[in-house]
Design a protein around this ligand. Structure first.
Ligand SMILES: [Zn+2]
Ligand SMILES: [Zn+2]
Length: 162
């Protein structure tokens, strides 16, 4: 029977109760990633489906972890939902006969954060904001586009040509 993790604020494997043949641990943790910043917020806890097996002095863990986020698009500033998924999370923890719990919280948190894009984009081909009037160009063209060429760049080009 799968056992409950001792504390939902950590992703912990209870080594003493682990099946000798290995065991699948599944569920959702508490909010262990807990990012709440201007451009990135985690939503809920980490979903995990991990197979854990103690082999000699090592606890081997592999499986899938995922975490939902709200990110701000680096082009158009809109908030969008993003699910960070690690389909093949793998780790090993040294254990001995005195080990009761193996805490995977920090490693899972860091692995998930590392998957976050440095420049999140809400969709492929996001058109971003007009540099002149600030309109979200995903919602349609603004009047600025009708003026052929951008006079600022035109002036710069003229300087470079001298
Ligand atoms: Zn966007
Ligand atoms: Zn514009």
């Amino acid at each position: 029977m799968p056992h409950k993790l001792p504390d939902e604020s950590h992703l912990v494997v209870d080594v003493t109760r682990l099946d000798r043949e290995g065991e699948t641990l599944e569920g959702v943790t508490g909010e262990i990633v807990a990012l709440d910043e201007r451009f990135v917020k985690s939503v809920g806890g980490v979903e995990y489906s991990l197979f854990a097996q103690a082999l000699g002095s090592e606890l081997l863990v592999r499986g899938r972890v995922s975490q939902r986020f709200e990110l701000v698009c680096s082009r158009c500033n809109e908030v969008f939902e993003h699910e960070a998924v690690i389909p093949d999370f793998t780790t090993s923890v040294e254990i001995d006969e005195n080990t009761q719990f193996a805490d995977l919280t920090d490693e899972v948190r860091e692995s998930i954060i590392l998957t976050l894009p440095a420049y999140p984009v809400c969709r492929e081909g996001c058109k971003g904001l007009c540099a002149r009037c600030g309109k979200n160009l995903n919602e349609g063209p603004c009047g600025c586009a009708e003026e052929s060429g951008d006079s600022r760049w035109g002036a710069l080009d003229a300087l470079n040509l001298k």
